[in-house]
Every structure is written in structure tokens, then in C-alpha cells.
Design a protein around this ligand. Sequence first.
Ligand code: ZN
Length: 311
Amino acid sequence: MSALPLPWQEAAWAALNTSIDGGRLPHAVLISGDEGIGKSRLARALAQRLICSAEMVKYACGACKTCNLLSAGSHPDVSYLEPEEKGKAIKIDQVRKLCESLGKTAQQGGWKVAIISPAEAMNISAANALLKNLEEPQGKTLLILVSNRPSRLSATIRSRCQKLNMPTPEADVALQWLADVTSDRSAAERVLPLAGGRPLLALEYLQSDNLDQRQQFEALVAEVGSGAVSPLTAAQQCQKLDGELSIDWFSRYIHRLATTELADKPNRALFSFSDKLLLARNWILSGNNPNPQMLWEELFMDWAMVFKVRR
Ligand SMILES: [Zn+2]
């Protein structure tokens, strides 16, 4: 199967192709932009375009031996570097291992590609280890850094990469793509706004089976924010929810607020509340078995305060 760029990535894709054809592809590319707009897809499409052994003009063929190996996730010359656990850091050992493998000659005789995602998950020592590799690039190697928050990367790393800042697609382009992929235009229309206009995030929502529950949860969160429902009542309604999952929903809801409605009004209270959510999440994950009523009451009381300060 061929990983193709998404419709709204055509301009970036054309620029990458021009670099490849002109032999001017840099050793490191930083693809940045909001979560859920298909940055990883672009990274994979680029890796496959470089690795593909067919004589293709613009895209990987999707059918040759190397393309098949890549689709199966077992191509020896393409590495993926991610946190070992979701939400955790990428550690120095992982980067060292990666650099070691990048230092070896490509087994298939062509490019060696590494995709690091999310790049901002590298802790300081991991980032420093990577930096060494960026300073002494080997022949045909390409590092693709994928980042939702490039400002969290060190300035030195950023300066060593060619930057590809991906915008969130226009609403009609995103909707058309989502409707095509799901063959369900009305569902696409319903979910795309919920995902803040981010088509791949919307697709993820549609493919998960708890969309209704999630919508109810978000409605409840909004009602606590507006003062229509008390934190106590809201907490009672959340007792039976999966704690980790619903805190993730909450975080994404806040992220959406912060990048849409409240984008022009920096709100410190909102950010410190996000930190509280992280703490609550860690608490749940630590197996401490917090009392759900108390946990939600506390969270919703703090949440209501965020808006009391604003009003
Ligand atoms: Zn191919």
C-alpha cells in the first residue's frame, strides 16, 4: 500500500519533490502543526517515496518489495522513534540506538529514514544525543521530526531542520476528505467541528465507539463552565466513566478551546487547569485508585473557577 500525502498537503509535497529531484533534500525536516491534521501521514509518505524502488515520478508505487516491507512496518532502513509509552518521554537510549542504526549503510542500498514523533517528547539528553547526529549527517539519511509543539524543541534542533509548517486544512477540504473516507457526509459534518476542524482527529473520533459518551461529557464540561450545572452534580454523572479516557477528552476539549475560541485571549487559568488534569491522570495511572466522586468534584470546582475568573 502506498502512503500518499493528503489533499491539503499537495503544496508541501510538491516542494519536497522539487528538493528530491534536485538532490537538495536536507538531512532533517521538521513537520509541525496541530495534532490530527495528518503530519505523520506526510512523514510516512515521504519515507516511502524515498525508499520505493520503482521508477516513480512523484509518489511511491505502493507495490514493490520495499513498499510492501514498509507497509508491513518491517523495512530495515526506516525507523520510527516514539515514546515507549504514550505521553512519556523519548529517552536517550532510544535515540542512541537510532543513531547507531542510521550510522550503518542502508541494507537496501538507498535512503535511511527515521521518523521521530512527537519530537518534543525527547527529553534534554535525548535531544542532545540527536543533535550530534544532526551535526554530522551521514550520506543518504533523512530525519523527519514530527511535532505538535515545535516551540518545545530546542532552538538548536529547530535551526538544523528544514521547516514544514502544516496548516489546518480549510473546512470544506477537510469535510470533503472525511466524507469520502467515511462515506458518511452527515457524520463527517457532525464530528469535524468537535475535532476542531482536524480531519484525522475527526476520523479517530468516528472510529471510536464512544463518540456519544464523549459528546455528552463535553456538553457537561461546557455546562459546568457556564455555571448551568454544579460541580457536585457533574461529578455524580462522571463516576462511572473511565477516568483516564475522560481526562483525555477533557484535555483535548481544553486544547480545542485554547486554539479556537480562546486563541486570542491567552488564559493562564486554563493552562494551569490543564496541568491539574495531567496530575489527575498520573494519579489514576499510578494505581492509587482515587475516589471518583472526589476526584471529579475537585476537578469540576477548579474548572468552574477558570470561568469565574474570566467573567
Ligand atoms: Zn514502491
